[in-house]
Ligand binder design. Structure first.
Ligand code: GSH
Length: 212
């Protein structure tokens, strides 16, 4: 059985939702921020980051996009991504990495205590830049969703939509402000929230409703 190293409302929530949606057996290892920072956790996740997914043989997959790519291809029968090797799969991987490399990173840059700021003034400046950059990136996703949605892969719901919902939760100045600004993203987020299989996990991460 997989082990999901999980912290409430952190980057593990997207993997938590995906595992629930796919209905594959797994256990949640709920962690505190202190446990995440402990040196022992680096033997599982080299940068001490959440999410990490423990495998049956004792190894772990880390980096959120890698975990998503691993799960959807390890369980192709669950239909959460196009078939491996198809052109659609190439498109799927592009948007997955677009979100993890760009939006996730832009959000992290604006976090309190981030590595790139060495004074409160720097931190405040990065927070503004992070929001500007995130909005620029969301606008690209929103255009795609408005033109050829409702999902990121068009008419087909996939792991990308769950990943996108996760990122909306961390928006600045607020999740609701992001959803008001980007109607295509709002429609996606509302659609993912309606998935019956996700109710328990949405509740566990206090994500049933968008935060104001
Ligand atoms: N590139 C990583 C980023 C993961 C990440 O930033 N995780 C945050 C939580 S959302 C974390 O674990 N931070 C731990 C810390 O900063 O000590 C991924 O996509 O998995």
């Amino acid at each position: 059985m997989y082990k999901l190293y999980n912290v409430k409302r952190w980057g593990s929530l997207g993997i938590h939702f995906l595992l629930e949606e796919m209905g594959v057996p797994y256990t949640n290892i709920w962690m505190t921020p202190e446990q995440v920072k402990a040196p022992e956790f680096r033997t599982i996740s080299p940068l001490g980051y959440i999410p990490a997914l423990g495998l049956m043989d004792g190894r772990a997959v880390f980096e959120s996009a890698a975990i998503v790519a691993f799960l959807v291809t390890a369980h192709p029968d669950k239909g959460m991504a196009p078939a491996v090797g198809t052109e659609d799969f190439g498109e799927f991987l592009s948007w997955l990495n677009f979100m993890s490399n760009n939006i996730y990173t832009a959000i992290n840059m604006g976090d309190h205590g981030n590595f790139y700021a060495d004074s409160p003034a720097e931190e405040a400046r990065l927070k503004v830049r992070s929001t500007d950059k995130s909005n620029e990136l969301w606008a690209i996703l929103d255009e795609r969703l408005r033109k050829s949605g409702p999902w990121l892969m068009g008419k087909t719901y996939s792991a990308l939509d769950i990943y996108a919902l996760m990122l909306t939760l961390w928006s600045r100045p607020s999740e609701k402000a992001l959803l008001e600004k980007f109607p295509g993203v709002a429609r996606l987020a509302a659609g993912v929230r309606k998935r019956q299989r996700l109710t328990a996990a949405l509740t566990a991460h206090e994500a049933i409703e968008p935060h104001g």
